[in-house]
Structures are given as C-alpha cells and as structure tokens.
Design a protein around this ligand. Structure first.
Ligand code: ADP
Ligand code: MG
Length: 468
C-alpha cells in the first residue's frame, strides 16, 4: 500500500498508468461503459510535471469533448490522488503515419472522424472500439460466472462454430460488458477474425433512425452487416415499440448468422423477458447458448476485492477483505467503487489499511452508499417470507411440507452463499438446526439453480433483485 501520495513516482510511466487507471475507474462509477469507451479508450496520462498534467487523446473532437465535459472531474481526481495542484492540458497524440500491420478494420477517413448524428451511420466502427483493459486475464472467475466465462472463451477458440449466438444475461455490474470486450480483445490478438464490432444496441437504434432520416441505409447496412463478429451490448433496449428497428436487427442478425459469423449478445434479462421483443428475435437469441451470470457469492466477492485492491497497490489482509466483502453489495461495479473510495480515503488521511481503520472509514457519515445495511439475515428472512407467504416460526419450525421446506432451504442457501455465514451460525438462526442439515439444504438449492428449475430460480432471482 502506498501510504502517501509522494510515493508515486510521477516520472515513472508505470505509475502514471496506474494513476490514470484510477481516474478512469472513478469516472466509470459516474458514467456508463459506452461513454468511457467512446471518449477515453485511447487516452493516456502522458506526463505530470510540477503543475501540469498532460493527457493525450487521438482526435481534436475528442479533445474538445474531454475539455468541455470531463476536465473538472478529471482534475478533481488527479489532485486528490497526487496531492498536487495540477492544471490539466489535453494534447492530441501523434500517431504513427501507418499502422504497423495491415488494418484489421476499415480506416475512418479523417474528415469523417467527428461523430455527429447525421454521419455516424455511415462511419464504420473505429478500429479501437474495444476497451483493451477488459480482458480474460483480469476477469475473476467464480461460481456466479464460471459458465459464462467458459462459453466466452470457447467462442474465442472457434468463432462462429462453438456457440452461436452466445447470449449472456444477468444484473447490472456483473461483468457482462467486461466479457464482451474480453472476447473482442482476444479475437483481435489471435487474428482469427478480422472485423469485430462492439456496440451497445442503442448505437444501432440511433444509427438506424439517422440512416432512414438522411437516406443512408446502404452505408448503415454495410457498417453493421460487413463484420466477422458482432458484440452487442444491452440488447434489452431493443424491446418496446420499435418494430422497424427490430426488423432491421433481425436481418442483420440473419445475414451474419447465415455466414457463420460469431454473434455475442448481452442483456440484463433473458430474451423471453424483454418486453415487446418479436417472437422471431426471441427464438433467434435463444437458439444458441444462453448463460446467466448471477450475483457473486461471498468467496467470489472476496477474490474480486483482493484482486482489485492489489491492482491498486492496496494490500489487504484476509480479515479486512472479509469485512469489506460483508459490507459490499453484489454489483462488481459497486465493489470496485468501494475499493477505490477506501483507497482514496486511506491516501488522503494517510492511513494504513488495517481492519480498524477500514471499519472506521465505512462507519463514518460519508460511508460509501455501497455499504449494504440491507445484506443482513433479518432482511433475507423477511424477503423469503414475503416471497412465499411464510412466517419466521414456520421457517424455524419442524414442518416438512414442500411449501415450507423450499423457502427454508432458500434462506439457508442465501445466508451461506450471499452473506458468507458459516453453517453453524445459520443452523442457530434457523431453529437450532445441525450444520449438516444446513449444508444439505443449501446444496440442494444450489443444484436446482444449476439445473434452472423454474420456481426456485425465479424466486431466488426476485429475492436478490430486492436484496441488492
Ligand atoms: P455489466 O455489463 O454486467 O453491467 P460490467 O462488465 O460493466 O458489468 O462490469 C462492471 C465493472 O466490474 C467493470 O469495471 C468490470 O471490469 C468489473 N467486473 C465485473 N465482473 C468482473 C470479474 N468477474 N472480475 C473482475 N472484474 C469484474
Ligand atoms: Mg454492461
């Protein structure tokens, strides 16, 4: 752990890179991944001298946007991290005249490089529309995302042939966008396919509307249909009363699919639950492999906390990491936010990351919102009872009817999995049961969830939605 800001060597490229990663991390808490992707993907903290920080980007337009919209926030974070009263300067990075190898993507003509509504539908995807720091290497694998991770990896081995389409769904902040970019980055490296396009489906929607408006459907189709791999994010936004956009997407999908081009789609819910999505799209989306990412269990939260903290140069002992894991909610985005906040508080107050200091930090008034007071056994019992219409005395009692046993076992599962409580304690909480009963009960639910047994899966999902 760096105890004070002066320990950053501002002449070292490695430290500058780390500072910039922290700034981007902070920005990501405020803005969506697509914004960060659009404006910050090729930015770099090039240099810091006594009073100036120089940030480079690739185009005058990006420079303009960064200055207008993000200068103040960037400046605040940088000052906080370096404890220097820095002014910010944006600079356009000098680019090598020619790309080192043949272009993997269409080059954008320079006069077209300003994204503006009426021309974006004619502009091919820029070469760098993948977030390079989202890779398989820094994706922590746990029970919640093991299948999705394996499927994503398989897709990179045999694009178009392993699972097509691959449909990944799960709640916000669970790592879907990270996996999409990891697939793209891996494919870029392996050169198995050439043209890879990542886009949130809203981009498709906007482009389509503009294409119609400005009579540019031919370049629009070229942009979306002439790709070897489509990575489509947040497809749930295609739902609703958007008949012609859905139809256009359907044809785009079919064109690529029929040529065995890989399609990977992410969504916050399964296709069947996307409102007003035409049946033929639901069928197409469900026709490949569908995998769910569930909220991370206690062990995975712990691993993520340790990994993210150590990436930031913050070494936490197990006790402290466990405490944070108990406080953190299930969104990995929030967990990252919590770690970043802890780290900047420690830096500013010049403290070491002991259990005591972190407990204090998290209990202060300005404690991060992410500290979920709601993640308690009482709250789990309450939600289970609301879901099933049971009572606490039924959960703790000896009744053997399925209407009581299933909710009781779900409570066992959630207390163990999401709260990380030990078996003995859960036994005490649920009517003084033996730890083997708790183990048996929670494992039974775990198996049912793996097999996607309907009422149980839905109940657990509903309870978790309310819990987090
Ligand atoms: P989603 O698209 O599901 O809302 P993101 O992919 O944007 O979530 O993830 C939110 C943040 O959490 C990102 O910074 C991402 O890198 C991080 N993250 C999510 N899952 C993992 C994981 N398994 N390992 C490491 N980081 C993760
Ligand atoms: Mg996302």
């Amino acid at each position: 752990m760096r105890n004070s800001q002066t320990e950053y060597d501002l002449r070292s490229q490695r430290d500058l890179k780390q500072i910039w990663q922290s700034v981007l991390g902070q920005l990501e808490l405020k803005h969506s991944a697509s914004i960060i992707n659009t404006w910050f993907n090729n930015t770099k903290l090039e240099q810091i001298d006594q009073e100036t920080a120089i940030i480079t980007c690739r185009s005058p337009y990006t420079k303009d946007i960064l200055q207008k919209r993000y200068q103040q926030t960037i400046s605040d974070y940088l000052i906080k991290l370096t404890q220097k009263d820095l002014k910010i300067k944006f600079k356009i990075e000098e680019q090598p005249t020619k790309p080192a190898k043949g272009p993997l993507f269409d080059q954008i003509p320079s006069h077209n490089s300003h994204p503006s509504n009426n021309i974006s539908s004619t502009t091919p995807f820029p070469q760098h529309n993948l977030i390079t720091r989202y890779s398989f290497n820094n994706f922590v694998v746990g029970n919640c995302n093991r299948v999705a991770h394996a499927a994503a990896l398989a897709v990179t081995q045999q694009p178009g042939n392993a699972y097509n389409p691959l449909f990944i769904y799960g709640g916000s902040g669970m790592g879907k966008t990270h996996l999409l970019h990891a697939i793209g980055n891996h494919l870029v490296e392996s050169k198995l396919v050439e043209k890879i396009a990542y886009f949130p489906v809203e981009t498709f929607l906007n482009d389509f509307v503009n294409a119609i408006r400005f009579n540019k459907t031919v370049p629009f189709r070229k942009k979306y249909r002439e790709n070897d791999c489509l990575l489509v994010d947040d497809i749930q936004f295609l739902g609703g009363d958007k008949v012609s956009t859905q139809e256009e997407f359907f044809h785009t999908f079919n064109k690529l699919y029929s040529q065995t081009k890989q399609i990977v789609i992410c969504s916050d819910r399964p296709p069947s639950e996307i409102k007003q999505l035409t049946t033929r799209l639901v069928t197409r989306f469900a026709g490949g492999l569908m995998v769910e990412i569930t909220p991370p269990d206690f062990e995975t939260r712990l691993a993520i906390i340790q990994t993210k903290a150590s990436d930031l140069g913050l070494e936490l002992n197990t006790e402290t990491a466990e405490f944070i894991a108990q406080c953190a909610g299930s969104s990995i985005r929030e967990i990252e936010g919590l770690i970043l906040k802890i780290r900047s508080e420690l830096l500013v107050q010049d403290l070491s990351p002991t259990l005591g200091t972190i407990k204090n930090l998290l209990n202060q008034n300005h404690a991060p919102e992410q500290v979920k007071k709601r993640l308690t056994p009482e709250h789990i019992f309450q939600l289970v009872n609301e879901q099933f219409g049971t009572t606490m005395s039924q959960l703790c009692g000896r009744g053997r009817k399925a209407e009581i046993v299933v909710p009781r076992q779900i409570a066992m599962y959630l207390l163990r999995n999401d709260l990380g409580l030990n078996l003995e304690l859960i036994g005490e909480l649920i009517g003084g049961r033996d730890h083997t009963t708790i183990m048996h009960g929670s494992e039974k639910i775990s198996r049912l969830l793996q097999k996607k047994t309907r009422p149980v899966t839905e109940a657990v999902r509903t309870i978790r939605h309310q819990l987090y």
